[in-house]
Design a protein around this ligand. Structure first.
Ligand SMILES: [Zn+2]
Length: 683
């Protein structure tokens, strides 16, 4: 695809004319509104010019627009601010309402889903709003009057801003990018193409053979890379007979994928057998699928031709097309950290390295070795044995829950009672319960908040014909945590422009707090100290693993920006080197093995535009929230205090909530205590 998709923001001719207009208007407006408006006037004119395109109108249109829409005194600015806040809430709220209704047939357990239901569910009526707002110039009205900010300003000046200033900042940010439709389309196409590549990347496990031609995995087992492969490694810890051999084999498969030495023909193909150690491919000797056994004995075992890295490069080239249209964050890396996460990349890097270099790593590693009774192997980055077994019999729990909640309505009725058990006053519990609707989910369950105050949050939970089961109750507790956060941070926040939390990790933190209380909510004994400690150590080890994966993702994107003309083979080699370097630095001293490439296996790296750092940051943030709740004692009042802060920067939010910025200390301190406190016996 051609890379010259759209013309850059302004041509030199119009730029010159615009500059002349700007100086003229600047003098005129200062004369009209006074010197104390000079800074706002200069900034507003500059912000509008940065996004103005030829088809928005000539200089006379521009001048007329500015004269009519600059709010030069506080009273007019207040009216403008209130109007935009109120109407944008209506716009977001009703759009969200339509999207929710359009998805209902897919999301709820209410009968068959027809093809047109899928089309309704995939439709987004809000997709063109930003384009429309630039076209009708409402976006320019905002840019003329309210300040665009950099992350640096939000971090350094934000703590001194008033709440209104924060609300104005968020209002302006809605229009900080004007990405042309064809660029968005190119990005969506690259995302879809890489996503298709990833979702078809299955390995037929029964067709993996070892040197003795043994098949370790059962027939029909088809695992998607990397998720299912990783989860199979986790599940194999309980297989005392073949677990270790299976785990070693999966590691070998993963390495073949990362290095692209995997034979092309074995991908999603049950018609061949494959020894991932020798890399030999033969016609399948057994059949476990509907696919006919091939009679063709000549099977090529040529390697996959770096397609994995060609896909990643496509997403990079597409993402880069948006750079010129995003003046405050001109790279995807900047957009991810400064716009989406609002945490500077250097800080994130430092937090992750703090976990990776913690002396606790070695202590936990020793503990795992003693539990396994063997030295660690590289795949043990996915060790799962700390998960505590429940002391309650799950079938007994199922029947307790089913009796309590035979239908979604019975859970609905019980919400005030459940919230009071968590420390909310009866007034507040009823207030919240009035704003949450329980629906029967088709899938496992999810929480869908409202986007306007006259709408309610929806709690989707699975209820079987025989009533809700324990798993459903556990999920419902999690989703109820989301719903309570969504309700408080919309209805109780002082400006709806600040509705929400800084990013998804924060709402997950709230949801985990509720979920962890599920036994208490059922009136049963809560987890004991030892299982709490095991859970903490498990969180720590999971964060240690994903922190390295995130650093690979970050380093690979930097490499691509530094080498924009790289070939897929060059990107493959660079990714392997980056994976090995980070392994050697942070994992080799623990695992006593060098040059392992496993950190490069995550599929998100190929199709998700540097999403992976969200996971370790999310672990750290959720942990901070959970720890603060434990410290405060009363979940209800603490929850309300935190959720009302709205969408300010993560650090400022966390300082208000816990006294410290976002960081690794809470997790590290708790892990240290957990290791001492729980004298965890070897298995
Ligand atoms: Zn959640």
């Amino acid at each position: 695809m051609s890379q010259s998709v759209a013309t850059p923001p302004s041509t030199s001719l119009t730029a010159e004319h615009m500059k002349a207009s700007m100086s003229k208007l600047q003098a005129e407006l200062i004369a009209q509104y006074g010197q104390d408006q000079a800074i706002r006037i200069r900034r507003g004119l500059h912000q509008v010019m940065e996004f103005w395109r030829e088809d928005d109108g000539d200089t006379s249109v521009y001048e007329d627009f500015v004269r009519k829409n600059f709010a030069g005194d506080q009273a007019s600015l207040d009216i403008m601010f209130d109007r935009f806040q109120r109407l944008l809430e209506q716009l977001d709220g009703h759009m969200h309402e339509i999207i929710r209704e359009f998805r209902n047939q897919q999301d709820l357990d209410v009968g068959p889903v027809r093809t047109y239901d899928e089309t309704f569910g995939g439709y987004d009526p809000s997709a063109h709003i930003i384009d429309d707002f630039f076209q009708n110039k409402l976006a320019f009205t905002v840019l003329l009057n309210f300040p665009l900010t950099t992350l640096d300003e939000r971090i350094n000046l934000g703590p001194k801003w008033t709440r209104r200033q924060w609300a104005e900042t968020r209002l302006a940010q809605r229009f900080s990018k004007r990405i042309p439709a064809d660029v968005n389309l190119a990005i969506a196409q690259a995302a879809a193409e890489s996503d298709n590549y990833i979702t078809a990347y299955n390995i037929w496990m029964h067709h993996l053979v070892d040197d003795k031609s043994q098949r370790l995995f059962p027939p029909k087992m088809r695992l998607l890379s990397h998720w299912n492969l990783r989860d199979e490694i986790k599940a194999d810890y309980i297989d005392k007979e073949n677990g270790l051999a299976k785990q070693r084999m999966i590691q070998q498969v993963m390495e073949r994928i990362i290095t692209q030495t995997i034979p092309q023909v074995v991908i999603d193909n049950p018609r061949v057998d494959w020894n991932p150690f020798t890399n030999q491919v033969t016609p399948a000797a057994v059949s476990d699928s509907d696919a006919p056994v091939t009679t063709d004995t000549k099977i090529a075992n040529s390697a996959e031709p770096s397609t994995r890295y060609a896909m990643l490069l496509k997403t990079f080239h597409a993402a880069r097309l948006a750079d010129p249209y995003s003046p405050t964050e001109p790279t995807l890396i900047a957009r991810r950290f400064e716009e989406n996460r609002e945490l500077p990349e250097e800080r994130v890097q430092a937090m992750l390295e703090q976990v990776l270099t913690s002396p606790l790593v070695l202590q936990v590693a020793k503990l795992i070795e003693s539990r396994l009774g063997r030295p660690l192997e590289p795949f043990d980055i996915w060790y799962s044995g700390f998960r505590p077994g429940s002391s309650n019999d799950e079938r007994e729990l199922d029947s307790i829950v089913a009796k309590k909640y035979p239908a979604a309505e019975s859970y609905q009725k019980d919400i005030p009672n459940l919230l009071m058990k968590l420390g909310f006053s009866s007034d507040r519990a009823n207030y919240l319960a009035d704003r949450i609707v329980v629906d029967p989910a088709r899938g496992a369950g999810h929480a869908m908040g409202a986007e306007m105050r006259t709408e309610k949050a929806h709690l989707r939970t699975r209820v079987e014909k025989s009533g809700m089961n324990y798993k459903g109750f556990n999920v419902a507790a999690h989703e109820m945590g989301h719903n309570v956060e969504q309700t408080l941070s919309l209805n109780d926040v002082d400006y709806t422009l600040l509705q929400g939390v800084p990013n998804t990790a924060f709402t997950e933190g709230f949801a985990f707090v509720f979920q962890a209380q599920d036994m208490h909510l059922l009136g049963l004994a809560s987890p004991d100290v030892r299982s709490e400690a095991l859970k903490t150590v498990n969180d720590f080890w999971g964060t240690y693993e994903i922190a390295g994966v995130a650093l690979v993702d970050m380093a690979v994107w930097h490499w691509m920006y530094d080498h924009p003309d790289a070939t897929p083979e060059q990107l493959r080699d660079a990714t392997l080197q980056i994976s090995k370097d980070l392994w050697n630095k942070f994992y080799a001293p623990v695992f006593n093995k060098k040059d392992v490439v496993l950190l490069g296996v995550y599929s998100h790296m190929i199709d998700s535009f540097m999403y992976l750092p969200d996971y370790p940051i999310g672990h750290l943030i959720a942990f901070q929230i959970e720890e603060q709740m434990k410290k405060a004692g009363n979940i209800g009042t603490e929850f309300e205090r935190m959720a009302k802060m709205g969408r300010i920067t993560p650090d400022l939010w966390m300082e208000n909530a816990t006294g410290s910025p976002v960081g690794a200390e809470a997790l590290l301190n708790a892990t240290e205590v957990a290791l001492k406190q729980a004298q965890i016996p070897a298995e």
